[in-house]
Design a binder for this molecule. Structure first.
Ligand SMILES: Cc1ncc(COP(=O)(O)O)c(C=O)c1O
Length: 351
């Protein structure tokens, strides 16, 4: 048998593998995870936990859905849990799109949207953000599409979209509107408590960022009970394992850690932005735990130079709209000082 890419699903033939750097103990400021380290309540749960490994987990993670319902003042029936919010993205397109259907994706935004649309046999209609990285409402709502998806705060630009633009999209777009709040804890704007106001709103959240549990892969959707039921019928049963579910329930109950994490970012983000500016970068405004900045030297030289000096940041410099830009997580004061010291070394070498 002759093996070729033509064997693949048509819409997936152009795929390449996802970001997978070889690690040598570098400081990781490339994934926007919580730099304070593992979630303490989850760690304690894992240290003391005892599980029946011979049993399946609860089919739909009812315990976690109840804990999240309490957190947001809704019911467990408004929540769908899964293996990272990436699984919820997959479930969304699996549930609401057919082969060949269009979905609207803003540019620049999270790179895996395009992947999940195409994995499910759909087409991604890209609509550019405005000059100041806000939603261009009119061309988004006019598309003949089943789903419109947008992260707020946006990755990689860091800013939130205006609430009135999100509301206008929800009112005018004739399909499901997904607001991906993977970084929602860092922002004062959120749609997570407004899912009963709009019959087409799905909000996604994750335990991978502020909750400091990326290793355990837990994400969820908050939506009205009708859409949640449709999504649960499509979702792979048991996809969230019982160890991760238990750790996430413990983490929901420790909101102090989330507040501490968010406060640290609010304090450090302006300090890091100022330092980057001092070195000739152009940082963009951020409502999240990371900063996108245009670099004063070639982006690839900078990212490689930092890697050689023990710091990973993410390179967006070859992509349209983020030309010569890099994205760094906001670290602790010590992390940021280390990053700035290494940036200074790379800049000195280039001059
Ligand atoms: C905007 C956005 N959505 C979703 C995700 C995926 O998160 P998870 O780890 O929950 O799959 C990420 C991860 O970087 C993200 O940046």
């Amino acid at each position: 048998m002759e093996l070729s890419r033509d064997m693949m699903r048509e819409t997936a033939r152009g795929f390449s593998r996802y970001y997978n750097p070889k690690l040598h103990g570098e400081l990781r400021l490339d994934t926007n995870t919580n730099v304070l380290g593992s979630n303490p309540a989850a760690e304690e749960y894992l240290a003391n936990g005892k599980w029946n490994l011979d049993s399946y987990p609860n089919t739909y993670s009812d315990g976690l859905r109840e804990a999240l319902g309490e957190l947001y003042g809704c019911t467990a029936e408004n929540i769908v849990c899964g293996n990272g919010s990436d699984e919820l993205l997959d479930i969304t397109f699996k549930t609401f799109t057919n082969w060949g259907d269009n979905s609207v994706v803003p540019v620049p935004s999270y790179s895996l949207y395009d992947y999940f649309v195409k994995c499910n046999g759909g087409r991604a209609i890209e609509v550019d953000l405005t000059e100041d990285f806000q939603l261009d409402v009119d061309p988004m709502v006019k598309q003949d599409a089943k789903v419109a998806i947008m992260p707020s705060p946006n990755n990689p630009t860091g800013n939130c979209f205006r609430s009135r633009d999100l509301e206008e999209i929800l009112e005018r777009f004739n399909g499901i509107v997904v607001v991906d709040e993977a970084y929602g804890e860092y922002s004062s704007e959120s749609m997570v408590r407004r899912t009963e106001e709009f019959d087409n709103l799905v909000v996604l959240r994750t335990f991978s960022k502020a909750y400091a549990m990326a290793a355990l892969r837990v994400g969820y959707a908050v939506t009205n009970t009708r859409l949640a039921d449709m999504m649960m019928c499509v979702k792979i049963p048991y996809s969230l394992n019982m160890v991760s579910e238990g750790a996430a329930i413990a983490a929901v109950k420790d909101q102090d850690f989330i507040r501490r994490s968010v406060d640290m970012v609010s304090e450090q983000r302006p300090v890091l932005a100022r330092e980057l500016e001092r070195l000739g970068f152009e940082p963009f405004p951020s409502d999240s735990n990371f900063i996108l900045a245009r670099a004063p030297i070639d982006h690839a030289v900078l990212v490689q130079g930092l890697k050689e000096r023990g710091v990973l940041i993410r390179d967006f410099g070859s992509k349209r709209r983020t030309e010569n830009c890099v994205r760094t997580t906001v670290g602790t004061a010590e992390h940021n000082a280390f990053l700035i010291e290494k940036v200074e070394e790379v800049l000195a070498e280039c001059r």
